[in-house]
Design a protein around this ligand. Structure first.
Ligand SMILES: Nc1ncnc2c1ncn2[C@@H]1O[C@H](COP(=O)(O)OP(=O)(O)OP(=O)(O)O)[C@@H](O)[C@H]1O
Ligand SMILES: [Mg+2]
Length: 264
């Protein structure tokens, strides 16, 4: 059946997702499909409803209307912790960095949490060593091996965000939601995070909100453009950046998309 084939390629699907705040429609009738294994960008001007969308997907907000399916399950009524257990995990929110703990300890705590470790577990040396092995792997993955024993609070901003990604990865997400992973970063940090996102996207799905359109262009397979809570356009970067409605929505807010129209 063609429907089944299509559905097996979709990991996250919303239908008519709507969130109203006292009658104000922050997210309106959003039907979104995210392909398994893809890096999907969610972009749009300030106030478009991107973060509200993320809050709905991770159940930090209850939708006013609509449904959310993740990995074949209806998660519309689930609690945030249940959704996280299913593997839909949001970075930069669930995973707080403890500033006084070392980089390694932060990842260890995240691992312990994931395994539901109790004090008894802590006393088992072999388990502790297993946590450490996995923690070192994760630090390697995010390029933080050189910072292992530094207090997390002393890390430069870009490295702190890499640590947040490591603690999120400790939860073994099937799908990661990243809200503006490069916000406030230097160009060098942006490059590093782009490479990191590409690396962590291997074998999982990523949905990311990102204002830096160069990052979106470089990373995202599919892009959904939101304006005023509604989907304005969807497609790959080339088609979305050429879309006159998208250009109009961005005009005055982002010269790079407006510029794309002049050349193409
Ligand atoms: N709890 C709330 N109560 C009332 N209005 C809200 C609430 N949360 C968000 N909004 C409104 O909903 C709209 C969408 O906000 P949201 O934060 O989702 O936008 P965004 O696309 O993430 O913007 P930005 O790019 O600035 O992060 C905004 O007009 C915002 O003021
Ligand atoms: Mg936002």
């Amino acid at each position: 059946m063609p429907d089944t084939v299509l559905d097996s390629g979709t990991i996250l699907e919303t239908e008519g997702l709507t969130k109203e705040f006292l009658g104000f429609v922050a997210v309106g009738d959003v039907s979104l499909k995210v392909r398994r294994g893809s890096i999907h960008g969610l972009i749009g001007p300030n106030g478009a409803g991107k973060t509200t969308c993320f809050n709905l997907l991770t159940k930090f907000l209850q939708p006013s209307r609509g449904t959310i399916r993740f990995d074949g399950r209806d998660i519309t009524r689930m609690k945030p912790a249940e959704v996280a257990r299913l593997g839909l995990v949001r970075s930069f929110q669930i995973s707080a960095v403890f500033p006084h703990l070392s980089v390694l300890e932060n990842v260890r705590v995240a691992l312990q949490r994931q395994r539901g470790g109790s004090f008894d577990f802590w006393r088992s040396d072999s388990l502790l060593r297993r946590y450490d092995d996995r923690a070192m792997e994760l630090l390697e993955d995010v390029g933080l091996i050189g910072f292992t024993h530094r207090p997390a609070g002393e890390l430069p901003y870009g490295r702190k965000r890499a640590l947040e990604i490591a603690t999120t990865l400790a939860l073994e997400p099937v799908m990661m939601l990243l809200d503006e992973p490069t916000a406030g970063m230097t160009a060098e940090d942006v490059d590093r995070i782009v490479n990191l996102v590409r690396r962590v996207a291997t074998g999982r799905t990523v949905l990311m909100v990102e204002h830096n359109l160069k990052v979106v262009e470089g990373l995202c397979d599919t892009i959904t453009v939101l304006t005023r809570g509604r989907i304005l356009a969807e497609g790959d970067y080339a088609s979305v950046s050429r879309n006159p409605e998208v250009i109009a929505a961005y005009l005055g807010t982002d010269p790079s998309i407006a510029g794309a129209s002049a050349h193409g």
